[in-house]
Design a protein around this ligand. Structure first.
Ligand code: GLN
Length: 390
């Protein structure tokens, strides 16, 4: 038999998706892969119902249905405080996953270096490998999640082509401050690199923190490739609707990559999601408020269970420190035990770090309040079960 491509040798199966599968097998509460167990807004689902009979059911324009792009441009122009042209500055993709991959493929030649803050969302490792890029990691120091500007500058001096920036950040919940973004932006300009952002949690930020779009900083629109999605904002992770916002010269290349990768995001779903893009600000305020409640419920449950964790400033994840309680060699074994014996699924933290870090697991709390309360009850028995050697 001929050999298969070696390109994929550098990474394994997604640990996040693997944990979901094991959670399903044992009927555990799945706080591993981050997606809601509640319905999207009724406006979107009833629009989808209408579209199922009225259409469209055929291809849309490859870089996105015109009305979808027009409404997205209006929404993002207001939030990002800039003028986004729906024809020149947007590509609609199959989730932010494709957006990030298309951005990387548009920017990187084989061997190009990209800077990634660690801990990082596991896809970026795979994105780098598939686009032929080599990641250079810059540490976000736990627990305060600060980074050393000198370390970032050293990384850029190695000839990097781009910085990948997940903000608000998965898995740490860090929201980069204006001062931090300013440092990153000044260095990006000094070393003439792109910043590829993943901003899928842009509307899930807890007071007093505020999301600032990197593209909105002075002189940054030209070199920022902003990737985001509708998945988390409208609780439609399965619709796979994402997008890239960037200057025209970048978008022209992204359009080509996207066209040959996927042709386009699902046409009926783009049309149904327009109902969300036209929501007023109250929707986004309420979304943040709902997640604030979920965060309180879940973090209180973790505290009651005697666990130590990072309090997220944004997004819907928390890293829990298991160093003192893990009787197993690895965080993966701990997570398997947690699914089987406690009935709650988490992601082993090691899949988010470039160094060997084995002391964290990641929970998400994008679940109904009753699901989180039930998860809390189960986690309350965790220490007893560990003591009993179960
Ligand atoms: N972003 C989500 C997470 O980190 C879902 C990832 C995925 O499987 N697409 O869990």
């Amino acid at each position: 038999m001929p050999a298969l491509s070696k390109r994929l040798d550098g990474f394994g199966e997604s640990v996040i998706r693997q944990m979901t599968r094991i959670a399903l097998q044992y009927n555990a509460i799945n706080l591993s892969q981050g997606f809601p167990d509640f319905d999207p807004p009724i406006e979107l689902t009833s629009s989808l119902k209408n579209i199922s009979s009225a259409g469209p059911h055929q291809y849309e324009i490859t870089w996105g249905a015109p009305l979808f792009r027009q409404k997205l441009a209006q929404k993002q122009s207001a939030f990002m405080n800039m003028k986004i042209n729906p024809d020149e500055n947007i590509v609609v993709t199959c989730g932010s996953t494709e957006a990030m991959m298309a951005a990387m493929l548009s920017v990187c030649e084989a061997g190009d270096k990209v800077v990634v803050f660690s801990p990082f969302y596991e896809n970026y490792g795979a994105d780098a490998i598939l686009s032929g890029a080599v990641p250079i990691f810059v540490e976000l120091k736990l627990p305060d999640l600060s980074f050393d500007p000198a370390e970032l500058e050293d990384a850029l001096k190695q000839g990097a082509k781009a910085i990948i920036l997940c903000n608000p950040s998965n898995p740490t919940g860090k929201v980069f401050s204006y001062d931090e973004l300013k440092i990153i932006s000044e260095l990006a300009k000094k070393y003439d690199v792109f910043v590829i952002t993943d901003e899928v949690y842009e509307h899930i930020v807890y007071k007093p923190y505020k999301h600032i779009y990197t593209a909105s900083l002075e002189g940054m629109f030209e070199r920022t490739i902003s990737c985001s999605s509708l998945s988390k904002t409208y609780s439609i992770t399965g619709w796979r609707l994402g997008y890239i916002i960037a200057p025209k010269n970048v978008i022209d290349v992204c359009k080509k990559v996207h066209d040959f990768l996927t042709v386009g995001a699902a046409a009926p779903l783009q049309h149904a999601a327009i109902a969300g893009l036209i929501f007023d600000n109250a929707y986004y305020d309420n979304l943040a408020l709902q997640y604030e409640r979920k965060r309180t419920i879940f973090l209180n449950a973790l505290t009651d269970a005697g666990l130590t964790f990072l309090k997220p400033q944004g997004a819907y994840y928390t890293l829990v420190d298991i160093e003192k309680i893990n009787p197993y060699k690895t965080d993966l074994e701990f997570c398997k035990w947690l699914i089987k014996e406690v009935g709650v699924a988490a992601v082993p933290g090691s899949s988010f770090f470039h160094k060997k870090v084995n002391k964290y697991i990641r929970f998400h709390f994008a679940k109904k309040e009753e699901t989180l309360i039930e998860a809390g009850k189960r986690l309350a028995g965790l220490r007893e079960k560990l003591k009993a050697g179960k």
